[in-house]
Ligand binder design. Structure first.
Ligand code: GLC
Length: 589
């Protein structure tokens, strides 16, 4: 087909799909596989170690692809695998074009992609678009090669900052641990972070802007409304910010050329500074999306933005619901709303205070804002926040209730490696590579076997990246494979149901049919065409019941069950009684 013909067909497709009610969700260029996808996320240092040094690697991941496939998931997303200063779990990148030697080589990425594709799995990498490491060559050159150097404006520099900002720096000096707060704070070049200054002097400026940790200087995509009295605030159209966009496209091309299927974009909302309404950041991503659609059609972009209503119109296919970005979600899944203290009896517990209501209203509104162009992604947990099995939510049955919730919501579920076997969030671990204690517990090695190093590594347990917690062997793949009622097999069944019954999947309608003011049971329906399913939860310890108006319902067929529940259909009503800690999926006939 000639290029012209291909372009005409593409335009026709875009026009038709925007007119047709059958166009479903998703940007016209969203690949089909995304529309029913379930993702699996892998923290590469902790998944599988092939060379016995106690740290996971790409060859290790390849050796476990059959397992990943056996879960029924469609795609994996890996946290950064690039050369890193290892001060923030790989998110402080030194070389965006090279795999960190701890994980293997660029060639290993090609092999991973080929092996995954052979099994029908897609592979997405992490695109850390907003910052680099302070050890990155760009940064060192930016600091030292003067104003005309190629990298001069890759970062944001100034010689003078306000006394308030100076105080802020002073305050940081007194912190025991480096703190990550204040995206956009200034850092003095001479004292980057205690004990690790790598640039003795910079002629480019005395201060640079950081994104997260001090060692993560913000890349310069410009300012939304530059203040002319602040010369470091360059407009987005200035040469530096434009060069940065080109570099970002280069990075994406580089990995797309190796066959990867998409990117999860770290802190996607943070790129353009002083961009309160995010208009300029949205324009930037729209440009990236258009560029991608022309040059690499069929790839997927996933945002860590936390506002699907903005990320999806900006060109992302998917945006994460993360507890600290959508606080209504934290209130729902953590009793205190704070990740450190997961509440008793799991989520919904605070509903007396309106947490169900707030969550449902926000979720509806995000679904509405993203449809028909993209998806909200609800992760089971991730490398930044506690696992499902955490705090006092600690029995296999409670984990199953939670997994039922995650895997029956519309949008795209992401399963954090190990959550499918209910791995425990391990408390009181040291901070490893910038994890801080609260993130270490969710980054511990995957537990394959009931052995001292959990079958993760041939290294002895004290040499592992982080310690394992086997709970007598129960929290391992090996043990759970043997048990048809295990969390592992339960999760597999949920994923299978999601794929077999489109109503339960990414695009089925979602409607909460119980009162938002009365917490339990919580029941929602999922509908597609003439098929309707009811999903019912009681995550509390006490039994509860409800009566629902369902004029068309004749009978209910349970497809998945946790705990005990009794459901009767009579005269267009469903009477439901649920024991404590229970969750059911019913097909409504
Ligand atoms: C994202 C990552 C997190 C990292 C931060 C800075 O939130 O998920 O792990 O520390 O960005 O890159």
């Amino acid at each position: 087909m000639t290029r012209l013909k291909a372009n005409i067909l593409k335009i026709l497709f875009i026009v038709l799909s925007s007119l047709s009610p059958l166009s479903g969700f998703a940007h016209p260029s969203t690949p089909d596989w995304v529309k029913s996808a379930v993702f699996y996320d892998i923290y590469p240092s902790s998944f599988m170690d092939s060379d016995g040094n106690g740290i996971g690697d790409i060859k290790g991941i390849i050796s476990r692809l059959d397992y990943v496939k056996s879960l029924g998931v469609d795609a994996i997303w890996m946290n950064p695998i690039f050369v890193s200063g290892w001060f923030d779990g790989g998110y402080d990148i030194i070389d965006f074009y090279k795999v960190d030697p701890r994980f293997g080589s660029n060639e290993d990425v090609r092999t991973l992609v080929d092996e995954a594709h052979k099994r029908g799995l897609k592979v997405c990498l992490d695109l850390v678009a907003g910052h680099s490491s302070n050890k990155c060559d760009w940064f060192i050159k930016s600091a030292t090669e003067g104003r005309d150097g190629r990298y001069a404006d890759y970062y944001i520099w100034t010689d003078s900052i306000s006394s308030k900002d100076l105080k802020d720096i002073e305050k940081r000096h007194n912190e025991k641990e480096p703190i990550s707060s204040k995206t956009g704070a200034w850092v003095g070049v001479k004292d980057q972070f205690i004990g690790d200054a790598c640039i003795p002097d910079a002629d480019r400026g005395s201060y640079y802007l950081k994104n997260y940790y001090v060692c993560q200087p913000a890349l310069n995509y410009g300012y939304a409304n530059p203040d002319p009295t602040k010369p470091w605030q360059q407009p987005v159209s200035a040469p530096g910010p434009q060069a940065m966009r080109r570099e970002l496209k280069n990075i994406m091309s580089f990995w797309y050329d190796k066959g990867v299927d998409g990117f999860r974009v770290d802190m996607a909302q943070s790129l353009v500074k002083n961009d309160k309404d995010k208009k300029e950041t949205m324009k930037l991503w729209k440009e990236m999306r258009d560029w991608q659609d022309t040059n690499y059609p069929g790839k997927v972009l996933i945002a860590e933005w936390g506002s699907p209503d903005k990320a999806v119109p900006a060109g992302f296919d998917i945006d994460f619901y993360l507890p600290w970005l959508r606080k209504v979600y934290a209130d729902l899944i953590w009793e205190t709303g704070k990740s450190k203290q997961v509440g008793p009896g799991a989520y919904f517990e605070k509903s007396g205070k309106g947490s169900i209501k707030r969550f449902v209203e926000q979720f509806y509104s995000d679904l509405e804002a993203t449809s028909p162009y993209g998806y909200v992604a609800v992760p089971s947990s991730n490398h930044d926040y506690p696992r499902v099995n955490a705090g006092t939510r600690n029995t296999p049955e409670e984990v199953k209730v939670f997994m039922t919730f995650i895997l029956t919501l519309p949008g795209i579920p992401f399963i954090h490696y190990g959550d499918e076997i209910g791995m425990r969030n391990v408390d009181n671990l040291p901070s490893v590579e910038g994890s801080r204690a609260e993130r270490s517990g969710t980054r511990t090695p995957m537990q394959w076997k009931n052995e001292p190093s959990a079958g993760f590594s041939s290294a002895s347990p004290e040499k592992l990246y982080l310690p394992v917690f086997l709970d007598g062997g129960k929290l391992t793949v090996e043990e759970q494979e043997k048990d048809s009622g295990s969390v592992l097999n339960f999760t597999r069944n949920l994923i299978r149901l999601r794929h077999e019954h489109p109503a339960l999947g990414n695009e089925g309608d979602w409607k909460v049919v119980t009162s938002l003011d009365k917490p339990y049971p919580m029941v929602y329906t999922r509908t597609s065409g003439n098929r309707t399913y009811a999903v019912a939860f009681n995550p509390s310890a006490a039994a509860c019941d409800t009566e629902l108006d369902m004029p068309d319902a004749k009978s209910l067929v349970p497809l998945s069950a946790v705990g005990k529940a009794k459901a009767k259909v009579k005269n267009g009503k469903i009477r439901l009684k649920m024991d404590g800690i229970s969750a059911y999926i019913y097909k409504i006939n």
